[in-house]
Design a protein around this ligand. Sequence first.
Ligand SMILES: *[C@@H]1O[C@H](CO)[C@@H](O)[C@H](O)[C@H]1NC(C)=O
Ligand SMILES: *[C@@H]1O[C@H](CO)[C@@H](O)[C@H](O)[C@H]1NC(C)=O
Ligand SMILES: *[C@@H]1O[C@H](CO)[C@@H](O)[C@H](O)[C@H]1NC(C)=O
Length: 496
Amino acid sequence: MLFVLIIHLISITSVSTQSRLYGPGLRASFQVPVRYFYLQSYDSKGHKLNYSSQSVDHIIFHLTRVSDQLSVHSYRKIDDLNDGTYLFRYRLYESVENLHLYIRFGNEDIEHIVKGYIYSDGCYCPQKNLTEWFNSLECSSSSLSISQLREDLKLFNKIDMNKIINKAKEKYFQYPQTYALCHYVIKNNKIYRKCYGEHIGFKTFSDAVLLSLSRKIILPDIEFLMNLGDYPLSNDDDPIPIISWCGSEQTHDIILPTYEITEATLQMLSRTTLDIFALRTTHHLPWPKKIPKGFFRGRDSCQERLNLVRLSKKYPDLIDANLTRMFFFRDQKSEFEPFAEYIPMTKFFDYKYQISLDGTVASYRLPYLLAGDGLIFKQTSSYYEHFYRDLIPYKHYIPIKKDLSDLIEKIQWAKDHDDEAQQIVKRAQRFTQRNLLPNHILCYHVQVLQEYAKRLISPIKISSDMELVQHEFDESHIKKDNCVCHRLENLNHIDL
Ligand SMILES: *[C@@H]1O[C@H](CO)[C@@H](O)[C@H](O)[C@H]1NC(C)=O
Ligand SMILES: *[C@@H]1O[C@H](CO)[C@@H](O)[C@H](O)[C@H]1NC(C)=O
Ligand SMILES: *[C@@H]1O[C@H](CO)[C@@H](O)[C@H](O)[C@H]1NC(C)=O
């Protein structure tokens, strides 16, 4: 027994632990659906490594509860970022007090204790103080500083829901084939809604993020209209505030992050495969080996996509663009066949230049393109997402005219200015790291709700035809018994 203990002590002390862990997932209060942190590897002399020294298959990553050393029910993933750092992500299926992280990296044992209560995303345990929540999510470090939101709210200093609903009845609810909207009420942190329209399936996206947020914080009491369609709606002389996923220069909707990036945030490592980390965690050709051409794959959602493919036939040395499917312009099918096979976005980055064209509205893939290591050529467009306002042409991307008439010349410019092109790519990647990570997406939602709620002047009413939106506990994963919540003791006034 003593002998075993001595061996054990020797084996621990003989390992020189060089590698360092850093990142928000080492703190309990950084509550995002999938927590993440990084490992920086070092060589034996204490120098940072800038290449992979370990295959992820050989790295061990365990999570245990400090109190009883039992393994914690979780999903874990390690990714090699190919620069001497590794990304560690974990989704908890139970809440834990004091979490022990153990990593075996080469011959190093690395340990860290996440102190405090670490709540699972699936558990109901809202916190009252929003300022504390924002701080713990490090949202103030985002350079977005909600400039889009400020712009969106300029017209709406006082929000009267009676007026909005009356107008919406007349303009939208009467046309269920054209419009899909939900009237949401949040009161005492419970979510109610009534939806209007024939195609209201996308309410699952707005429900999901509101529910997820309500499990983490006490949301402000609020009443609003959520547009479930692609097109922004608020377009007349006396506009009403409608919350939408996409904005345009002709409309006055209040913009949330798209359902696409929000879903990727909530369902990371679960139901979605593409998330904001995916472009860093897959291996791409290094810049000098990439094909120096403009690349595009996608559907025929707008006329310029067809024109781009025509342009690529004319300039095959500069552009590789093909449609993968046709739906809107089927009558012109013969010109574009055979369609290109679908390829995952990570393969797009075998090419240096990524051409970003509108879809039916803004193309929701832009966050991922920016996160990747290609130079973005973005079509000028009147449609935008919540973060476009903070993207700066020539700093984060190369702007191209809506009709693509300057595309060839700009690709040629990029080929002639390879160093500058790479600088732009690096800045775009940094932009996504500072503004489009899961914490930023959640914070932006809450900021929209908070700012909107402040402006409501009508009393908040749950009408009798509204439905309570329920938390869905996936019993195979989360058991209510595993959702201890010390905060609830202080929340007695709220009926759970
Ligand atoms: C990695 O570090 C070495 C030594 O510091 C340096 O010479 C090399 O250029 C670096 N490689 C990359 C890809 O940054
Ligand atoms: C919320 O937290 C902040 C920062 O910790 C603190 O300054 C503030 O007083 C708190 N607000 C309330 C209402 O407790
Ligand atoms: C896509 O288009 C380019 C240029 O028009 C062509 O050379 C290429 O073969 C096409 N690729 C596929 C997969 O269809």
